[in-house]
Design a protein around this ligand. Structure first.
Ligand code: CP
Ligand code: NVA
Length: 330
């Protein structure tokens, strides 16, 4: 059996494929138990700190509900209201929280920060998104793919968009580990970081996956089982990059024509939040400025039968619960 107790989840790079599969299986079991009415509380009396230097809906709610389902308590620390990031260093924060809590979730900017927290806290630290990585999201994505297809290995996932953002990095790492063929479909200016790409290609030799990069829509999409996209401008990036990104990424918008080029029955995934219409503040702004009502995905694809985005969002709960149970339960 696997013992992940006291392990931090900073990136899936640190986990073997068998450990990742174990977390996915545990998530599936916890999901069944919750809906079957026989979930056992394995985190009774545990206290969890949730640090969010950037905003969140899914990640925050998944950590909170997962904790409550398992009998744990949470403290939410937002971007204001604590000393973090202002008067007190991460190293000191880690040592204080480590003496009061049993686990820490961190969402923020630098991967270094979450690493430093883990180094000094002496309790499990979970990465709830940084500029570089988003490992808990990939666990939910993989559970969703497994539910749809029954397995992961050998499937082809195409990520369309900013090929070097946190989601692209995290998916490339996860796919390389789990034997999922990964293609980054991006304009050359947004190709993945070469070092990370090479590391993933090396890892993929063990799992049997292929990891590739292209700016050609047709060759990327052929045989795709999963079309994945994400926002064109990520949290923490300047609003002023919108103009340039729209120019670069408009040819890579996921529309029905693109979905038709994929395998029959291919599914559409998006980590969310998504800009598929004008119903958001930024959506209205973009529509006014650039005359576009949808960005990374059209409303038609987002609302189609092939879209599994809400199954995916729900799976954040079950997979994050699995991570907490595996790393924190006694
Ligand atoms: N997908 C995701 O991480 O969503 P939130 O920003 O709402 O947490
Ligand atoms: N790339 C996006 C992911 C949001 C879950 C961002 O960082 O804003």
């Amino acid at each position: 059996a696997f013992n992940l107790k006291n392990r931090s989840l900073l990136t899936l790079m640190d986990f073997s494929s068998r450990e990742i599969q174990y977390l996915l299986d545990l998530a599936r079991d916890l999901k069944r138990a919750k809906y079957g009415g026989y979930e056992q509380k394995r985190l009774i009396g545990k206290n969890i700190a949730l640090i969010f230097e950037k905003d969140s809906t899914r990640t925050r709610c998944a950590f909170e509900v997962a904790a409550y389902d398992q009998g744990a308590n949470v403290t939410y620390l937002g971007s204001s209201g604590s000393q973090i990031g202002k008067k007190e260093s991460i190293k000191d924060t880690a040592r204080v929280l480590g003496r009061m809590y049993d686990g820490i979730e961190y969402r923020g900017y630098s991967q270094k920060t979450v690493e430093e927290l883990a180094e000094y806290a002496d309790i499990p630290v979970w990465n709830g998104l940084t500029d570089e990585d988003h490992p808990t999201q990939v666990l939910a994505d993989f559970l969703t793919i497994q539910e749809q297809y029954g397995s992961l290995a050998g499937k082809k996932l195409v990520f369309c968009g900013d090929g070097r953002n946190n989601m692209a990095n995290a998916l490339m790492i996860g796919c390389a580990k789990m034997g999922v063929n990964y293609t980054a479909l991006s304009p050359k200016q947004l190709y993945p970081n070469t070092d990370l790409l090479e590391r993933c290609q090396l890892l993929a030799q063990e799992s049997g996956a292929t990891i590739s990069v292209t700016d050609n829509v047709d060759s990327a999409i052929t045989d795709a089982d999963i079309i994945y996209t994400d926002v064109w401008v990520s949290m923490g990036e300047a609003e002023s990059v919108w103009k340039e990104r729209i120019a670069l990424l408009t040819p890579y918008q996921v529309d029905m024509a693109m979905m038709h080029k994929a395998k029959d029955g291919a599914i559409f995934l998006h980590c969310l939040p998504a800009m598929h219409n004008e119903e958001t503040v930024i959506g209205r702004e973009i529509a006014k400025q650039f005359g576009l009502s949808a960005l990374e995905v059209t409303e038609e694809v987002f609302e189609s039968k092939q879209s599994k985005v809400f199954e995916q969002a729900e799976n954040r709960l079950h997979t994050i619960k699995a991570v907490m149970v595996a790393t924190m339960s006694s």
